[in-house]
Structures are given as structure tokens and as C-alpha cells.
Design a protein around this ligand. Structure first.
Ligand code: ATR
Length: 284
């Protein structure tokens, strides 16, 4: 972490950013470790992105997070891109280092930790990922890194899943097999992990697919929904006795990884999780 006389800053670049839980999570982490730094919201329109990214070179800036809609377009504005960010095609973390801006992506790490936590050493080999937007890119990369033998992306608009699968580098031990939307229930019989990476569930009680998909899963399957709260999907999975995991662990672990990149310190994960839970409870 750079030596600096004043208060250090880090911020979230996106549009919109007001809803973000990240300031609560990171400010709690700074406080827990006694670091004189502040996480701010930096709402940034597309036209201002270049200037905003350049401003990260200023003394006293620890770095930034990047969110929608800038995760992809920020890449050419940076000096160095990590292998993971390049593979996913998106950055969510920027770190100024020796005069250069480094772009990284900690979303895949966040999902991977949350997956490892729930699998607890159990070997899983086949995963079904529903959705082909920004969130699923990180999930697919993470499942690849975790060594899944077969990853099956399914999306309402199949062409987007084809493009996404084609853009990820191949791996010797992982096959990525795009399947049609109407094959979901049949595919569910033989997967150990099901991830809902569609935007359904963020608002309202809608289910991304029919309940017959949940009914078809094996008894030891794990269901992930990337939203930060209990959704109709997660409730249906729990009711069937399946392990159901929301997006909160992924949020906390991606944040912890970013925090470590900015500060070089071990992230106080429990403080970060508590801060997110407290803020969520306050918002209900
Ligand atoms: P994110 O960056 O959060 O992944 P996104 O890029 O807008 O968000 O992607 C949204 C995903 O949710 C897409 O996979 C989208 O499917 P389409 O590509 O067919 O649009 C999926 N999605 C949104 N609404 C949906 C619905 N009603 N039924 C099924 N999938 C839906």
C-alpha cells in the first residue's frame, strides 16, 4: 500500500452505483484493520469513463471497482490486464501499481470460493449455468478453473450462450457444451451444480425456469442464485432439501480479493460479511 499523508480513497465506478453494498463492506474492512481509507461511490457516465480511470493515477488513490456498464469497455483504458480478466473479458478491480493501472477480475475468485465452501471437498463434475450475460462469464471461468469436467451453459437466447462459450479459452479437462433452453429439465437429472446467472430474481418473485427443473436435480445437487437474497428459486431448492446458496458469499469473497489487491493486507472477511448483512437488514 502506497505511503501517503492524507486519507486514501478507493471507489466504485459504474452507472448506477447508488444501490451498492460495497462501501459498507469495504469501509468496515478499513475500520477493522485501522487503515485510514474510505470507499466512495463514483457514478460515471460512459463519456466520463476515460477521465475517471485516468484520475486513479493520482497520489492517494488505492484503486477502484468497476461495475455495469463499464466492466468490458474499461479494459483498453488500462496498462496491464490479468490473465483472469482477459479470459473473462471484463475487469471489476483496478489497482495503480508503479505508475501503471492494472485491471483484474475477482468475480470468478468470489464464485469459486463460495463454491468450494459449499462443496467442502466433495468432487463435482458437471455444472449447468443458466444465463449468458456478464455474470455468467465469471461463473463459467470459475467452474473451468475449479476443474469441472463438463459445463453446460443454457440461455433463453441460445446464440448468446454460443458466443460466450466460444469466447472462453478452452481447457484440456473442461468441455463447455451449450444446450437449448428446452433441454433444461432433462439436463438437470445429471448435474451436481446449478447456477442461475440470469437477471431474474433480482426483482419480484419470478422463477427463471419451471419448478420441474428443481424437481429433476439429484438429491446432493447445489443450487446457486447470484442475487444477494432469498429468491423464489432458492426457496424452492431448500424446500426440496437441496443446498441453496445466494450471491452474498460471492460478493464478500470478490470484495475480499479486491481489498487484498489494493492494500496488500489479509481481508477481514467476517467484518465484511457482517457489514453487508447489517446493511441488508437496514434496507428491508
Ligand atoms: P448480467 O450482467 O447480470 O448477467 P445481462 O447481461 O443483462 O445481466 O444478462 C441477463 C441474463 O438474464 C441473460 O442471459 C438473459 O437472457 P437473454 O440473453 O435471452 O436475454 C437472462 N434473462 C433475462 N430475462 C430473462 C427471462 N425472462 N427468461 C430467461 N432469461 C432471462
Amino acid at each position: 500500500m502506497a505511503q501517503f499523508g492524507g486519507r486514501l480513497v478507493v471507489g466504485l465506478i459504474g452507472d448506477p452505483v447508488e444501490h451498492s453494498l460495497s462501501p459498507h463492506m469495504h469501509n468496515a474492512a478499513f475500520e477493522a484493520l485501522g487503515i485510514e481509507a474510505r470507499y466512495e461511490l463514483w457514478p460515471t457516465a460512459a463519456a466520463d469513463l476515460g477521465a475517471r480511470v485516468e484520475s486513479l493515477r493520482r497520489l492517494g488513490t488505492l484503486g477502484a471497482n468497476v461495475t455495469v456498464p463499464h466492466k468490458q469497455v474499461a479494459i483498453p483504458l488500462l496498462d496491464v490486464i490479468s490473465d483472469t480478466a482477459r479470459r473473462i473479458g471484463a475487469v471489476n478491480t483496478i489497482v495503480p501499481r508503479d505508475g501503471e493501472l492494472h485491471g483484474d477480475n475477482t468475480d470468478a475468485f468470489g464464485f469459486g470460493r463460495s463454491l468450494a465452501e459449499v462443496l467442502a471437498g466433495r468432487v463435482a463434475s458437471r455444472a449447468l449455468v443458466v444465463g449468458a450475460g456478464g455474470a455468467s462469464r465469471a461463473v463459467l471461468a470459475s467452474l473451468q478453473e475449479a476443474g469441472f469436467g463438463e459445463i453446460v451453459p443454457v440461455n433463453r437466447t441460445q446464440g448468446k450462450a454460443d458466443t460466450l462459450a466460444g469466447s472462453l479459452d478452452g481447457s484440456e479437462w473442461t468441455a463447455i457444451l451449450v444446450n437449448p433452453w428446452n433441454a433444461l429439465a432433462e439436463l438437470a437429472h445429471s448435474v451436481s451444480v446449478l447456477v442461475n446467472a440470469t437477471s431474474i430474481g433480482w426483482h419480484g418473485e419470478d422463477l427463471p425456469f419451471d419448478l420441474e427443473v428443481i424437481a429433476a436435480l439429484p438429491d446432493d445437487a447445489v443450487v446457486f442464485d447470484l442475487t444477494y437474497r432469498s429468491t423464489a428459486l432458492l426457496r424452492a431448492a431448500s424446500k426440496r432439501g437441496l443446498k441453496a446458496v445466494d450471491g452474498l458469499p460471492m460478493l464478500v469473497y470478490q470484495g475480499a480479493r479486491s481489498f487484498e489487491l489494493w492494500t496488500g493486507r489479509t481481508a477481514p472477511v467476517d467484518s465484511m460479511r457482517q457489514a453487508v448483512l447489517a446493511e441488508q437488514a437496514r434496507r428491508v
